[in-house]
Design a protein. Structure first.
Length: 167
C-alpha cells in the first residue's frame, strides 16, 4: 500500500504500449525490452499516467501517480501485473530477492515468465510447484466447477481475465 499521489515507477526498461482509462481506472502498460516475442508486458493500475503510448521508459522512471482507492481496497493499492501475450505471470519474478517478503502480495496463477508454456494445464496441473485453487471452467483441461484444482499455481484470488463469481 502507498498513499494516493505516490510515484509509480517502471520496473524495467521498455516502451509504453497503453496509457489511459479502463473501466474508470487509470492504467499504464509497458512492453519490456529484450524479453522475446511476444514481449513481457507490465501493467500498473490505478495510475494517473505521466507517460503516453510510444514513450520509452528506463527502469525506475516514473510512469504516473497512484490514484485514490477504487472501492475494493480499504486503502490505496497498486495492481501490478506481468503478462506474455494474454497469459498472466508472476510479476515478483522481476524483483531482486532483497525486495521480496516485505508485505502481502496477492497473485494470479503463475509460471516462469522467461519461458513460454510448453504444455496445457490439465487436471494434474503443470509438472512443478505446489497446489492452489484457480478459477477455471468446465472441461478436461480445467477440472470441474468454478474453482479447478491445479498444482504449481500461486494461491491467489480469481482475477481478470477470469469472470467474477456472482455475489
Amino acid at each position: 500500500a502507498a498513499a494516493p499521489g505516490s510515484a509509480v515507477r517502471a520496473v524495467a526498461p521498455g516502451r509504453v504500449s497503453f496509457a489511459g482509462r479502463v473501466a474508470g481506472r487509470g492504467v499504464v502498460a509497458v512492453e519490456l525490452d529484450g524479453t522475446g516475442d511476444p514481449p513481457l508486458r507490465t501493467t500498473y493500475e490505478p495510475v494517473r499516467a505521466t507517460v503516453k503510448k510510444g514513450d520509452t521508459v528506463e527502469a525506475g522512471a516514473p510512469v504516473g501517480f497512484l490514484e485514490r482507492p477504487t472501492g475494493h481496497c480499504p486503502t490505496s493499492c497498486l495492481h501490478w501485473g506481468l503478462l506474455r501475450a494474454r497469459t498472466y505471470l508472476n510479476p515478483l519474478t522481476l524483483l531482486p530477492p532483497w525486495l521480496l517478503g516485505h508485505g502481502p502480495s496477492r497473485l494470479l496463477p503463475t509460471q516462469d515468465p522467461l519461458r513460454p508454456p510448453s504444455y496445457a494445464y490439465t487436471r494434474e496441473g503443470p509438472p512443478y510447484g505446489r497446489g492452489a485453487y484457480v478459477h477455471g471452467r468446465e472441461g478436461p483441461s480445467y477440472g470441474r466447477g468454478p474453482y479447478a484444482y491445479a498444482r504449481g499455481l500461486s494461491p491467489g484470488l480469481p482475477a481478470a481475465p477470469w469472470p467474477r463469481l456472482p455475489p
